[in-house]
Write a protein that binds this ligand. Structure first.
Ligand SMILES: C[S@@+](CC[C@H](N)C(=O)[O-])C[C@H]1O[C@@H](n2cnc3c(N)ncnc32)[C@H](O)[C@@H]1O
Length: 296
């Protein structure tokens, strides 16, 4: 089955992110993926130029194909979003969008071991040349470091038991497959925890993926850099999928939006969440939160 990422909260995004209509306008979609949101903006605003970032070349190829109809109004860049803004020298931006995390493509099609439901090589890298893959984390990290990753980036309360089981298992041979890891985790947790709302491996898989791609470290510098690149009156929106991301965004916005010299105005006192209709149409969107600011 061909998966096309469903652009989350598109009504809300379109309502808040409106480019100037009387001149050429500039947007950076920091997490372009297959281009769901980018396509929406390019087809809604004919005067808009969009630069679409993604560190994953495979998914970016899909966006490039999909965006062909817009010609030079779409510019793909294969780069981490924090690195893009560290060296940004382009025009002042009108709009910036972050839709954090990974796409359904990564779980369903990438064959890189992101999903505990599949039997795939444990890789989980968005950047295929990155030095560390999930194989290295699972087979190479000392037990305590592994437990800390699972606790900090997965908020997994059984992190220590899970790390201990992984370390015991890998003594017998390298753990290479995602379903193998899922089964080790399943057996490591108390039986009552196995039948909860989510699969007991969900949080550990999230944690390993965040570690491999250094996902959380990139958020704050990228948002700060993006705010620097915005023109005054320009808007920036962040969609996050779990509390580890949302908390960082919330505190960063608070820091920049309060005090004697605020540089931004927070447009969403509370984060926006998907409507019931969207949640039932696209269940993975359920946990997303949208925060938007305007540069002063
Ligand atoms: C949730 S998906 C975005 C989906 C997109 N908004 C759409 O509607 O099709 C996030 C994408 O951002 C990419 N990504 C995640 N973190 C990144 C980072 N720090 N720098 C660049 N790309 C990143 C992932 O590879 C993934 O394709």
């Amino acid at each position: 089955m061909e998966y096309v990422h469903y652009p989350v909260m598109r009504q809300e995004i379109l309502e808040y992110l409106v480019p100037p209509l009387d001149r050429e306008a500039y947007m950076v979609d920091c997490t372009c993926g297959e281009g769901g949101h980018t396509h929406l903006f390019l087809s809604t605003y004919p005067q808009l130029q969009v630069t679409g970032l993604d560190r994953d070349t495979v998914i970016q190829t899909k966006a490039i194909e999909r965006m062909q109809e817009f010609g030079s109004r779409f510019t793909p860049r294969n780069i981490w979003f924090d690195e893009f803004f560290a060296e940004y020298e382009g025009p002042q931006l009108d709009l910036v969008l972050f839709d954090l995390g990974i796409s359904s493509f990564h779980y369903e099609e990438s064959e890189r071991g992101f999903s505990f439901k599949r039997g795939e090589l444990l890789d989980m890298r968005l950047d295929k040349d990155a030095p560390i893959s999930a194989l290295d984390v699972v087979n190479g990290y000392p037990e305590e470091r592994l437990a800390n990753v699972i606790f900090q980036f997965g908020e997994e309360r059984y992190s220590r038991r899970i790390a201990r089981s992984i370390v015991e298992k890998r003594k017998l041979g390298k753990i290479t497959q995602s379903d193998e890891l899922a089964s080790i985790i399943y057996k490591a947790v108390p039986s009552g925890y196995r039948y909860g709302r989510i699969h007991p491996a969900t949080r550990s898989f999230q944690a390993i993926r965040i570690e491999v791609n250094r996902e959380l470290d990139r958020i704050e510098p990228a948002i700060k850099g993006a705010i620097d690149a915005l023109r005054s009156g320009g808007r920036l929106a962040v969609i996050s999928f779990h509390s580890l991301e949302d908390r960082r965004v919330k505190w960063l916005f608070k820091g920049l939006g309060e005090g004697d010299n605020p540089t931004i105005r927070i447009l969403t006192k509370k984060p926006l969440i998907p409507t019931d209709a969207e949640s039932s149409e696209n269940p993975p969107s359920r946990s997303s939160k949208l925060r938007i600011i305007e540069k002063l």
